[in-house]
Ligand binder design. Structure first.
Ligand SMILES: Nc1nc2c(ncn2[C@@H]2O[C@H](COP(=O)(O)OP(=O)(O)OP(=O)(O)O)[C@@H](O)[C@H]2O)c(=O)[nH]1
Ligand SMILES: [Mg+2]
Length: 203
């Protein structure tokens, strides 16, 4: 599948403000700075679509993007776990993210982004546990693959999968990506396409 058009639609603070929905919707979540907005831009083939920053905490709202004139939506979410934010601010963002994930009925699949350079982080494992307990379908996207040698990358991914096997059987689907080299783009788009085909996505 190719993305022919990708346009910004709306930023929302609450689910009640999210656009009315008639098609499938894919959202990206993960720790601040993991590369959610960059991944959306890489998929869309437009580096200016979602705002990115080298400083964590850039995305602060639920951002909807329309793909292929309404065939499906991409959603950029704020990151979780940014320690430098005040307790109140963090609670507000967590509330926003939780509300979206639990209440957005048209959320077709959530992609949980994991920095491929890091060993498994408790906050991500706890977040995925919560998704499982809440019955939310998700897939894992390892990001920033370009920052590691091929061997180091495969060692890290294997170690991560081993950690996940302690809790998950079967493992969630996973993808290895780089917003720099566009690694994983075709696989992710094919995956989204395969889900779209099981659901009528005509607007
Ligand atoms: N080398 C490399 N850098 C990346 C990649 N993806 C993201 N980055 C960089 O990582 C930083 C954070 O990227 P964002 O896409 O803004 O991260 P985010 O997860 O949306 O962050 P918040 O909105 O703050 O939660 C930026 O400096 C990006 O250029 C990647 O695949 N490779
Ligand atoms: Mg962002």
């Amino acid at each position: 599948m190719e993305i022919r058009t990708a346009t910004y639609l709306k930023s929302s603070e609450f689910i009640s403000q999210c656009p009315e929905h008639r098609t499938t919707e894919y959202a990206f979540i993960g720790r601040s700075n993991v590369g959610k907005s960059s991944l959306i831009n890489m998929l869309a083939g437009n580096s200016k679509l979602a705002k990115t920053s080298s400083t964590p905490g850039k995305t602060l709202l639920i951002n909807h993007f329309v793909i292929n004139n309404g065939e499906w939506y991409l959603v950029d979410l704020p990151g979780y776990g940014f320690a430098k934010r005040s307790k109140t601010e963090r609670a507000k963002l967590e509330h926003m993210i939780e509300g979206y994930i639990l209440q957005r009925e048209c959320l077709t699949n959530l992609f949980v982004l994991i920095d491929s350079r890091l060993e498994p982080q408790a906050i991500d494992l706890a977040f995925m546990r919560w998704l499982g307990e809440s019955g939310i379908a998700f897939s894992i996207v390892f990001t920033k693959a370009d920052k590691l040698s091929r061997q180091r990358l495969s060692e890290n991914i294997n170690a991560y999968l081993d950690k996940l096997r302690e809790e998950w059987d079967p493992l969630p689907p996973y993808f290895i990506t780089s917003a720099e080299t566009r690694q994983g783009r075709d696989e992710l788009l094919e995956y989204i396409d395969s889900i779209n085909k099981t659901i009528d996505t005509q607007p």
